[in-house]
Write a protein that binds this ligand. Structure first.
Ligand code: ADP
Ligand code: MG
Length: 257
């Protein structure tokens, strides 16, 4: 039985999508069966693995708002062995409004994920940078939350809101929700600021912070425009090496649990 993990931080641009694509690809290469679910209307995870958002029949949108869709119908294989995706389309932007009037509006993704779980080792959900029903659906559907934090001046800004969102979901729809871990991204070892941010985040989240830190690396920013995870685009880059290390640490932590 697989485990579902939401990649969540309501701040935009902190590395959620980059972590989703690259951690998932590295785990798939290591032999784990992985599904990534794109629930961000921007669809950056979808295009980032080389799938065109235009000619898709069934996407996360239909799975959320139509009662008679089979979750499998939205799942497609990527160019990487063991890595499947449930893609997003632009229609997903309307889902926040469409969901409001549907029954079980905060548990619709959970239904799909529970159905797909037996087929995968891990299911990762790439959350949008907002706290609406798409995010609530994600946090309600998963076992745990992986939090990327960018090494920048305002790194911890918004973290208390993030934690209170997790608490609200625990109280209402998902009492067993856990924090999988915190991954620091866009680290620049040449600046004192990056080093200070790492210290601060460790003070706040303690042992939840992964030892691996993802460096700022231009190959990570370039790879999506080629529709590839960095491990495919430039396997020798610092970004690829960091995400491979992160995948190892992620799996080692999982064995300890
Ligand atoms: P989010 O999904 O949280 O909005 P993204 O993963 O899309 O964040 O990252 C925001 C931008 O920063 C993207 O253009 C991405 O390519 C770039 N980026 C993310 N991580 C790195 C990194 N480690 N090094 C360089 N650029 C990065
Ligand atoms: Mg994103």
């Amino acid at each position: 039985m697989g485990k579902a993990i939401a990649i969540f931080n309501q701040k935009g641009g902190v590395g959620k999508t980059t972590t989703n694509i690259n951690l998932a690809a590295c785990l798939a290469i290591k032999g784990k069966k992985i599904l990534i679910i794109d629930i961000d209307p921007q669809g950056n995870t979808t295009s980032g693995v080389g799938i065109s958002k235009r000619d898709l029949d069934v996407t996360t949108h239909e799975i959320l708002v139509e009662d008679d869709q089979h979750p499998e119908d939205a799942v497609i294989a990527t160019g990487i062995k063991n890595l499947d995706i449930m893609p997003a389309s632009v229609q997903l932007a309307g889902a926040e409004v469409e969901l409001i009037q549907l029954t079980g509006r905060d548990k619709r993704l959970k239904k799909a994920i529970d159905h797909l779980k037996p087929q995968y080792d891990y299911i990762f959900v790439d959350c949008p940078p907002s706290l609406g029903l798409l995010t609530i659906n994600s946090l309600t559907a998963v076992d745990s939350v992986l939090i990327p934090i960018q090494c920048e001046f305002y790194a911890l800004e918004g973290v208390s809101q993030l934690m209170s969102t997790i608490d609200i979901v625990k109280k209402n729809t998902n009492p067993d929700l856990e924090i999988q871990g915190v991954i620091l991204s866009m680290f620049d070892g040449r600046t004192n600021l990056s080093i200070q941010v790492v210290e601060e985040v460790k003070k706040y989240f303690r042992e939840k912070v992964y030892t691996t830190v993802i460096p700022r690396n231009v190959r990570l920013a370039e790879a999506p425009s080629h529709g590839m995870p960095v491990i495919q685009y430039d396997p020798k880059s610092a970004g690829a090496i960091a995400y491979m290390e992160f995948a190892d640490e992620f799996l080692a932590n999982e064995e300890e649990l």
